[in-house]
Write a protein that binds this ligand. Structure first.
Ligand code: PGA
Length: 257
């Protein structure tokens, strides 16, 4: 069974609720027909208003993060059930901005707890992994990916494979305009799939969708997604405009069609 391509828009901390609704409407209305899954991830407080717009469309909703506890005294956090209640079915976990940039500095232990909690709540986790520029220069890329993927999947069984999404996002490519080359992306993705096969089994590894993220644009999307183990994209900046985002969706269809 070929893997169905998936294109996820990560809006990060951008847009007003009104602009988010407008963009969601434009994406839903402009979605090309074809075998591709598409999801948009607005900030927490815009999940409900964007869900309203997407209801009845083919565009899915996702959150940008989540806490792993189900309830309690965790000021500022959002639980898996709260996310599911909005209608979201995806949740981005371990994004590099949360690992490296924002004050939380999430570690792999916490990200693993989140992955398990998301699966338990019937959400699809998008587990993000990726090396920094210093790690790439020191030729540590594959070791970093091995560690982050293995740590992220502790206690996750092969039954979850079809519901798991992994995103390879080299930190040096995020928001920099400098994307990984298709060959660099394929090398990393093939490595991740081999690890999944070792962790579970070849069939389970074949079911997992591995997205590439980092400066994906309509102009480079097709070549990246034409790689055998690149099953779609996690899109930041280019997801903030309907035409560029839809251009990437079309490129995914062209690459995998
Ligand atoms: P970018 O972000 O497309 O703006 O590089 C990707 C991401 O952070 O997921």
């Amino acid at each position: 069974m070929p893997r169905r391509p998936l294109v996820v828009g990560n809006w990060k901390m951008n847009l007003s609720a009104a602009k988010g609704r407008e963009l969601a409407r434009a994406v839903a209305d402009g979605l090309p027909p074809g075998a591709v899954d598409v999801a948009l991830c607005p900030t927490f407080v815009h999940l409900f208003p964007v869900a309203d717009v997407l209801r009845g469309s083919r565009v899915r909703l996702g959150a940008q993060d989540m806490f792993f506890e189900s309830s309690g005294a965790y000021t500022g956090e959002v639980s898996p059930a709260m996310i599911a209640e909005t209608g979201a079915t995806f949740v981005i976990l371990g994004h590099s901005e949360r690992r490296h940039t924002i004050g939380h500095l999430e570690d792999d232990w916490m990200i693993n707890r989140k992955v398990r909690a998301a699966l338990a709540a019937h959400l699809t986790p998008i587990l993000c992994v990726g090396e920094t520029l210093a790690q790439r220069d020191a030729r540590q890329t594959l070791d970093v990916l091995t560690f982050q993927l293995t740590a992220g999947l502790v206690g996750v069984s092969a039954d979850a494979a079809e519901r798991l999404v992994v995103a390879y996002e080299p930190v040096w490519a995020i928001g920099t305009g400098r994307n990984a080359t298709p060959a660099q992306a394929q090398e990393a993705h093939a490595h991740l799939r081999r690890l999944l096969a070792d962790h579970w089994a070849a069939a389970a590894a074949q079911a997992v969708r591995i997205l590439y993220g980092g400066s994906v644009k309509p102009e480079n999307a097709r070549e990246l997604m034409a790689q055998a183990d690149v099953d779609g994209g996690l899109i930041g900046g280019a997801s903030l405009k309907a035409d560029s985002y839809l251009g990437i969706v079309s490129a995914a269809l062209a690459a995998k069609g």
